[in-house]
Write a protein that binds this ligand. Structure first.
Ligand code: CP3
Length: 340
């Protein structure tokens, strides 16, 4: 069956649908009472392992807001299951045994995604069934560096001391780790496409921890390989690199169909940097959803207007939605973007 709403895929392909499509990073989550009702019954880990519940929470924001794309409910860290690393969500992720030495890297076993992540593929299948071709489904993974940063730091980080130390002091070890992670990610995204996702997003949430020169030397080659290999599957690839103002010039070199823009740069300026021939996604400050309605509306309209200068534009936030957001503000935002 054909998709009922193709506005998101049209924009990804550089076409101009009747309205600017919108989805919201982290759109399925704790700001929604219907999500919290499910989480009151099961842990986050259990939720990720239950395809039926993944499908239900993936659909919740589609039902409530009429967004133009759904994103698979999972996490960028579930992929650790294919690497022999254990993570707990408290809800912030905690890796029991951080990977810091050559011996630690040797202890990991980089397996086939198919052997360990079948439950995610089952969630994709369940989501596709649940969505019933109303909107496309986006699959995702963390970028090699962001994924590695959780493994090496043992969780979130402010300074990224351990992973940067590894890159600077033991570049061969760092390179080996990122290469192995990238191989798993390539395999994992291929599996998501086989299971039925209509697009893919790669989250580089922490790239800005590296200076632009260090990013180019140590990180970009791996991201380039990931994007290049994943592009072969024929679904649009969105590359979201946070810290755009400094890293956008590198992101634009890659062959991603859509470049995600955070709010550290004006969308009009970002379009100048990446070129008007590219498709962009973004970039409302998530905290703008806490502004008075008129102000939210003005900010959203300005972003839609700026997006018209690019070859295509998918409206989104510049990063994940805050768990404290009032769902009514999201409803208003969708209405404004669709009406602009
Ligand atoms: O709606 C969606 O976007 C789909 C699901 C999704 C989640 N995490 C669910 C989740 C996606 C795409 C992610 C991506 C993700 N996970 C990223 C990249 C995006 C970004 O924000 O930069 C990162 C860095 C992670 C790692 C991660 N997972 C963190 C830092 C946390 C804790 C954050 C918090 O809000 O406390 C998680 C847990 C997590 N992943 C939750 C959800 C809904 C909260 C868990 C809960 O229900 O208790």
């Amino acid at each position: 069956m054909a998709l009922a709403n193709t506005t998101f895929l049209d924009a990804c392909a550089g076409r101009r649908p009747a309205h600017t499509p919108i989805w919201v990073m982290r759109q399925a989550g704790r700001y929604l009472p219907e999500y919290r009702a499910i989480r009151a019954k099961v842990s986050f880990e259990e939720l990720c392992h239950r395809p039926d519940l993944c499908a239900e929470v993936t659909r919740q924001p589609i039902d409530r807001f009429g967004l133009d794309a759904a994103i698979l409910f999972s996490d960028i860290l579930t992929v650790f299951d294919a690497m022999g690393a254990k993570v707990e969500f408290t809800p912030a992720p905690v890796v029991a045994e951080p990977v810091r030495s050559a011996a630690d890297v040797d202890r990991l076993r980089f397996g086939r995604a198919d052997d360990h992540l079948g439950y995610v593929y089952d969630a994709v299948t369940a989501c596709k069934k649940e969505l019933d071709d109303r909107v496309p489904l986006i699959g995702f993974c963390g970028a090699p560096f962001t994924t590695a940063s959780y493994l090496v730091e043992g969780g979130g980080s402010k300074e990224f001391m351990h992973i940067k130390r590894m890159a600077f002091a033991e570049p061969a070890l760092f390179g080996r780790l990122l290469e192995s992670i990238t191989t798993v990610l390539v395999d994992y995204l291929a599996g998501q496409v086989r299971a039925g996702v209509d697009a893919l997003q790669i989250f580089e949430s922490w790239g800005a921890a590296m200076s632009p020169a260090d990013y180019r030397e140590h990180v970009l080659p791996h991201l380039r390989r990931l994007v290049g290999e994943v592009k072969q599957h024929g679904v649009p690839v969105i590359l979201f690199v946070r810290g755009n103002a400094s890293l956008l010039e590198q992101a634009r070199e890659l062959d991603a169909d859509v470049l995600g823009i955070d709010w550290s740069i004006e969308l009009s300026r970002a379009i100048e940097v990446v070129g008007r021939d590219r498709v962009v996604q973004g970039n409302l400050d998530p905290i703008a959803l806490f502004a008075p309605p008129k102000q939210l509306e003005a900010r959203a309209r300005a972003i839609v207007a700026a997006g018209r200068e690019a070859r295509g534009h998918v409206f989104n936030l510049g990063h994940g939605i805050s768990r404290h957001t009032d769902p009514a503000a999201v409803a208003r935002l969708v209405e404004v973007v669709h009406g602009a």
